[in-house]
Ligand binder design. Sequence first.
Ligand SMILES: NC(=O)c1ccc[n+]([C@@H]2O[C@H](COP(=O)([O-])OP(=O)(O)OC[C@H]3O[C@@H](n4cnc5c(N)ncnc54)[C@H](OP(=O)(O)O)[C@@H]3O)[C@@H](O)[C@H]2O)c1
Length: 326
Amino acid sequence: MKLRTLGKSGYSISEMGIGCWQLGNDFGPMEDERATAILQEADRQGMNFWDTADVYGGGVSESRIGGYCRENPSDRFIVTKVGRDGTLYPGAYTKQKVRANIEGSLKRLHVEALDLVQLHCIPTEVLKAGDMLAWMEDFQQEGLIKHFGASVETMDEALFAITHPQLTSIQTIFNVFRQDQVNELFPKAIENQVGIIVRLPLASGVLSGKMQKNHQFAESDHRHYNRDGAFFSVGETFSGIPFEQAVEFAETLKAWLPEGMSLAQMAMRWVLDHDAVSSVITGASRVEQVAENASVSSLEPLSSQLHEKLTEFYFNTVKTHIRGVM
Ligand SMILES: NC(=O)c1ccc[n+]([C@@H]2O[C@H](COP(=O)([O-])OP(=O)(O)OC[C@H]3O[C@@H](n4cnc5c(N)ncnc54)[C@H](OP(=O)(O)O)[C@@H]3O)[C@@H](O)[C@H]2O)c1
């Protein structure tokens, strides 16, 4: 597993990390044994960068990670998020309540200081008011957190947060179906030494090419209940593209696969081919997926011809289908 440096933190993190929203049962129910096996596989594959949030499964994802790490100590970077808990979101942010939320994460993860806490897609006006960022600086000085970053939904939010001198990372949706960051965000990330953490590299799984238009998701899976953005930002589910349309796009891409690569590998390799990216936190709901995702680190970069085709495909065909504010 190759390592990259995460922004100004100096952390050497695995370029393929793991997203742990799935461990909160938000992609359908997941039993404890499977959650443990997924984390064991991440360790075995040298993935030392794990992303979670206090709200995933109401704390279940963090608790599973915390329990596993206590029993299997190792050098890892466990990054979490704050800001979407019902006590805060959307408009009840106070320093005291944010601190209480962070203390909850510390307890569930069994650590004295959190490696990195990301503001969790807080409303744009709350982000821009600046109080949350100032409180994070205070929590950092107090030693509750080691670093802080921002997980954002829009380019506007990313371009605002990236100028903060202490900000370590931006987490953004970046994939073959969502490419605007290449020109608009990545040069600034490099210039400001801010790490880029990529979520949804597979557009919630559809970019693996395994889904048919009639695919049925469990009722507790956000790909069922938030398919069209009924519960939270539509962009977080299938990258904002109507599911059937996304399945069609994935079918088109299958014709362009380099020999021996799966569509999932091609989609993730495409992300890694961008130098500004620090780690890709693909979510996994099965052990085999963890191994396949880790393998992307050792694949050759895609050819420049394929990169050009994928860029054209995005700007000429895909972009117009994205719903929600980008
Ligand atoms: N606002 C935020 O900050 C925010 C929002 C969303 C996500 N995140 C973070 O980002 C992580 C990644 O995003 P995501 O999980 O939503 O999207 P994703 O990584 O694009 O998709 C994950 C899904 O893709 C499928 N998959 C993964 N590896 C595969 C493989 N090798 N072959 C075939 N299918 C594969 C699985 O689907 P099946 O379950 O159907 O098998 C898995 O649940 C999350 O886990 C979470 O940590 C953060």
